[in-house]
Design a protein around this ligand. Structure first.
Ligand code: ACO
Length: 403
C-alpha cells in the first residue's frame, strides 16, 4: 500500500482534476463560451452573427489579430494568403511514400510538421512579429493545398495547383473537385455553406486539440510543429474524429433497417461501449449553439441542392428520440456541432474520411490565435503534476532470481 503521508512529504499537495474538468490552464481573450446558456463568442462577437454575416477569412483575421479588419486590412490579409498557397514541389514527393490507403489526417499532420523542414527558421524561439506573421500566413495558405492534395492523392487523381483568382473556400473546392480535363463550376451555395462550417469550427477555447497546441507551443516549439500535434489530437474519435464517426453511425443505422430506438438502447447500455456519436459535450450542457446553426444550414444546403438524403431523416429521428429520453435528459446530452456537419459535407461531395480534415481546416485560425496568444503572453512551459500511485521503493532483482 502507498504511504500517502510519506508521499505528500516528498511531493507536496497536488490537485487531481482528471480530464481537466475544472482546471483553467490559461487566461485567454479569444473565445468566450458559456456552456449553461449555450453562448459562443469570438472576440466578443456572437457566433450566430459571424456565421450569418462574415466570411471565414474575416473570422480568421478576427481570431488571430483580435479585431475585425478594415477593407484594406482584409484585402492585404487575403492577398498575402493567396500569395503563399503553393507548397514546395518536394512536398509532392513525400506523398509517394505514403500507402494509398493512408488516412488523410495522418498525411496532414505529417506534412504540416514537415513544413518545419522547408522553413527551418520557423523553429527559432526568437522570431519577431513579422517572422511570426509570415509563418501564420504560410500555414493559412498551405494547409488547404495540402489538405486537398491528400484527397487527390488518395483517389489517384492529378493534384491541382491553387488558383489565386479564387477566394479561400472556392479555391479549396476547386483543388478538391476539379479535373484538368473538364471545366469546374464553383457553386456559390456550396461556397456559402463551406464558409459557415469553417466559421463554426474556427475556435472553441481550451478544447483537447487547442490545449495540445498551447502545451506543445509552451516548450517554444514552432507553430507548424504545435499545429501538427493539434491535428493529431483532433483526429481522436472523442474530439474532431466524431464527425466521421457520426456519418458512419448513421449509415450503420440505415443499413440495419433504420430502427433508431435500437441504437438509443445500445447507447444507454453500460455493458456496451457504443456511444451516440455527435451527442454530448464537455462544456455545453443545454445545447451547442453551433449545432442549431448547422442543423438549419444542413436543411438549407440539401433543399438548395435538391438532395433528399435519407441520413438526414435518420439524424432527425435520432435527435428527437434522444431529446425525449430520460437517459439523455438526465445527463444533459444534446447534439454537438458534429452531429449535422457530416450531412452537409456529404451533400457537397466531401468523402467521409476527409471530414476531420475539414474540421482541421476550420480550426486552424483558432489554433494559430491560441499559439500566438500563448507566445505573446510569455506563458511558462506547461508541465502538469501527478499523484504517484506506484511502488514506493524496491531493490533491483537479478533476472535469474525473478519468479
Ligand atoms: N452516448 C451515450 N452516453 C453518453 C454519451 C453519448 N454520446 N456521451 C456521454 N454519455 C454518458 C456517459 O456514459 C456518462 O454516463 P454515466 O454518468 O452513466 O457514466 C455521462 O454521459 C457523462 O459522460 P462523460 O464521458 O463523463 O462526459 P465527458 O464530458 O467526459 O465527455 C464527450 C464528453 C467526450 C463529448 C462525450 O459526450 C462523448 O463521448 N460523446 C460522443 C463523441 C462526440 O460526439 N464527440 C464530439 C465532441 S464535440 C467536438 O469535439 C467538436
Amino acid at each position: 500500500a502507498i504511504d500517502i503521508a510519506k508521499l505528500r512529504d516528498q511531493t507536496g499537495y497536488i490537485t487531481i482534476d482528471s480530464g481537466y474538468k475544472n482546471t483553467g490552464a490559461t487566461k485567454s481573450a479569444i473565445t468566450f463560451l458559456d456552456g449553461e446558456e449555450g453562448i459562443l463568442r469570438y472576440r466578443g462577437y456572437p457566433i450566430e452573427q459571424l456565421a450569418e454575416q462574415s466570411s471565414f477569412i474575416e473570422v480568421a483575421y478576427l481570431l488571430i489579430y483580435g479585431k475585425l479588419p478594415t477593407t484594406s486590412e482584409l484585402q492585404e490579409f487575403s492577398n498575402q494568403i493567396t500569395k503563399h498557397t503553393l507548397v514546395h514541389e518536394d512536398v509532392r514527393k513525400i506523398f509517394d511514400g505514403f500507402p494509398s490507403a493512408a488516412h488523410p489526417m495522418a498525411i496532414l499532420s505529417s506534412l504540416i510538421c514537415a513544413l518545419t523542414a522547408f522553413y527551418p527558421e520557423s523553429v527559432s524561439p526568437d522570431l519577431n512579429k513579422e517572422e511570426i506573421d509570415l509563418n501564420v500566413i504560410r500555414l493559412m495558405a498551405k494547409l488547404p493545398t495540402i489538405a486537398a492534395w491528400t484527397y487527390k492523392n488518395q483517389m489517384g487523381h492529378p493534384l491541382n495547383y491553387p488558383r489565386n483568382d479564387l477566394d479561400y473556400a472556392s479555391n479549396f473546392l476547386y483543388m478538391m473537385f476539379s479535373f484538368p480535363t473538364e471545366k469546374y463550376d464553383i457553386d456559390p451555395r456550396i461556397v456559402s455553406a463551406l464558409n459557415k462550417l469553417l466559421i463554426l469550427h474556427a475556435d472553441h477555447e481550451q478544447n483537447c486539440s487547442t490545449s495540445t497546441v498551447r502545451l506543445v507551443g509552451s516548450a517554444n516549439a514552432s507553430l507548424y510543429g504545435s499545429v501538427s500535434a493539434g491535428i493529431n489530437a483532433l483526429w481522436g474519435p472523442l474530439h474532431g474524429g466524431a464527425n466521421q464517426e457520426v456519418l458512419e453511425m448513421l449509415q450503420a443505422i440505415q443499413k440495419d433497417g433504420g430502427d433508431t430506438s435500437k441504437f438509443i438502447a445500445k447507447a444507454k447500455d453500460k455493458n456496451d461501449s457504443f456511444r451516440l456519436m455527435g451527442f454530448g459535450h464537455r462544456v455545453y450542457k443545454n445545447f451547442d449553439p453551433r449545432a442549431k446553426i448547422i442543423k438549419k444550414a444542413a436543411d438549407d444546403v440539401l433543399s438548395a441542392l435538391g438532395i433528399n438524403d435519407p441520413l438526414l431523416k435518420i439524424a432527425q429521428e435520432l435527435e428527437q428520440a434522444a431529446l425525449t429520453d430520460q437517459y439523455f435528459i438526465e445527463r444533459k446530452l444534446y447534439p454537438n456541432v458534429d452531429f449535422y456537419s457530416g450531412i452537409i459535407y456529404r451533400a457537397i461531395g466531401i468523402p467521409t474520411e476527409m471530414f476531420t480534415v475539414m474540421f482541421a481546416l476550420g480550426r486552424l485560425p483558432g489554433w494559430i490565435a491560441q499559439w500566438k496568444e500563448m507566445r505573446e503572453n510569455k506563458e511558462p512551459i506547461g508541465r502538469p503534476r501527478q499523484v504517484y500511485t506506484g511502488e514506493l521503493e524496491r531493490d533491483y532483482v537479478g533476472i535469474e532470481q525473478r519468479s
